[in-house]
Design a protein around this ligand. Structure first.
Ligand SMILES: [Zn+2]
Length: 185
């Protein structure tokens, strides 16, 4: 599995270090830089950008542009995007691919130590898979008012221990989908 966050971390570390070291001591620079890394590099926003890259790959392949990644201990262990057209499979949603890939990587079916980032609110099918995987945390971008799992919010769909964060980069995530469907018309 390709883990390509390191280049980004290195380059941001370098840029930040140069800016701060002009005015402050080296010690402060290191401390502030690490705080910056913790807040910025491993933030939900930063990981959502990686999921958006996957969504863009789907867009470029003429698939409904939804992307997902799975993060474990701040490392990306799975990347996936929607493949329903390519595989002629209505179950080939980004989340399904990402869950399978992450379980394969970990050699274990439960993802309770993992966070799934997905650009669109999961559908009921994917929410079911997320529940079976006992996912630790779910972060999604744009809401899906027609097919999102919140339509079933009166019933508990996800595993009770799964933390949920929504609305991360929501505009960017939904714009990609809107552009896709406008292009189709
Ligand atoms: Zn789905």
């Amino acid at each position: 599995m390709q883990i390509d966050t390191r280049t980004t971390i290195k380059s941001k570390f370098y840029i930040r270090s140069r800016k701060i070291s002009a005015n402050q001591s080296i010690d402060n620079t290191i401390i502030i830089t690490f705080i910056f890394m913790e807040l910025s590099i491993f933030s939900d926003e930063s990981f959502m950008k990686e999921a958006l890259k996957e969504a863009q790959k789907a867009f470029d392949a003429d698939e409904v542009p939804v992307g997902a990644i799975v993060v474990c201990n701040n490392k990306i262990i799975a990347r996936a995007h929607n493949l329903t057209e390519q595989l002629n499979d209505v179950t080939a949603h980004a989340e399904m691919q990402a869950i399978t890939s992450a379980a394969h990587f970990l050699n274990g079916k439960y993802l309770n130590e993992c966070t799934l980032y997905v650009t669109l609110e999961p559908c009921v099918m994917c929410a079911g898979a997320i529940a079976w995987a006992q996912l630790g945390k779910l972060v999604y971008g744009a809401p899906d008012t027609k097919r999102g799992f919140h339509l079933l919010s009166s019933k508990q769909v996800l595993h009770p221990k799964t933390e949920v964060v929504s609305g991360i980069a929501a505009n960017e995530c939904s714009e990609l989908i809107k552009t896709f469907f406008q292009k189709k018309r």
